[in-house]
Design a binder for this molecule. Structure first.
Ligand code: SAM
Length: 209
């Protein structure tokens, strides 16, 4: 379905989550697990946490998590899920628009997993703030959807950057960052028509020196 790109972001995301009938998977993103599972725990900032599966997994691994999203409905789900998983005390869920109200502080992990939007969203500027929120020794983890073959709705009017182009866009000082992984990852997933298909994600994992 074609989305009006001028729709107000809070309204778009409220409607998006309000219409969802399926339960969250209860599993973390594969990319989060892959790059964070064996890391020393600390403080984590999760940007665009949606219904909370990744924040809950981080908390259950021992991280102290700040998880933010523009959608109150998504966060209501996330809080209920965190309660069921007994990790409420480990996660501070906050409703906020990252464009105007980026959380203060610095963190050992900042993750922006599929922080993408079909309505107005200055992703590059938000990712620059995400990088600035990583403390020395900490990690920035960014994943984004790549193009889907045969999917005009998903790909409508979108420009898909390579991992390297995405990293260049954030324009970080190379002397202050160590690259861990800047590449694509294929994974089994579900296409917009609900059918199983292989998806390609662009992934950036970098550490603040
Ligand atoms: C494509 S979803 C990804 C959700 C989740 N991270 C995942 O991997 O399933 C993008 C998320 O970003 C949130 N979001 C979009 N624009 C935002 C903004 N300006 N501030 C905060 N969150 C935003 C949406 O509500 C949504 O939960």
């Amino acid at each position: 379905m074609k989305v009006d790109p001028n729709m107000a972001p809070p309204l778009f995301w409220e409607q998006h989550y309000g219409k969802m009938t399926s339960e969250p998977s209860g599993r973390p993103s594969a990319v989060l697990k892959r790059f964070v599972e064996n890391r020393a725990t600390g403080t984590a900032l999760e940007l665009g946490c949606g219904r909370g599966d990744d924040a809950i997994w981080l908390a259950s691994e021992g991280w102290q998590v700040t998880a933010v999203d523009i959608s109150k409905t998504a966060l209501d789900y996330a809080r209920a899920n965190a309660k069921r998983s007994n990790v409420t005390s480990k996660i501070d869920f906050r409703t906020c628009d990252l464009v105007s109200d980026f959380p203060d502080g610095d963190y050992d992990l900042v993750s922006a997993l599929f922080l993408e939007s079909p309505v107005t969203f200055p992703r590059e500027a938000v990712l620059k703030q995400a990088a600035a929120a990583v403390r020395s020794g900490g990690m920035l983890l960014i994943a984004a959807h790549g193009p889907m073959p045969h999917s005009s709705a998903h790909s409508q009017d979108r420009v898909f950057l390579s991992p390297r182009q995405s990293l260049n866009q954030i324009d970080l000082d190379p002397a202050k960052w160590r690259e861990v992984f800047v590449d694509t990852i294929d994974r089994p997933g579900t296409g917009p028509d609900g059918k199983a298909m292989d998806l390609t994600d662009t992934v950036i994992v970098i550490e603040r020196i």
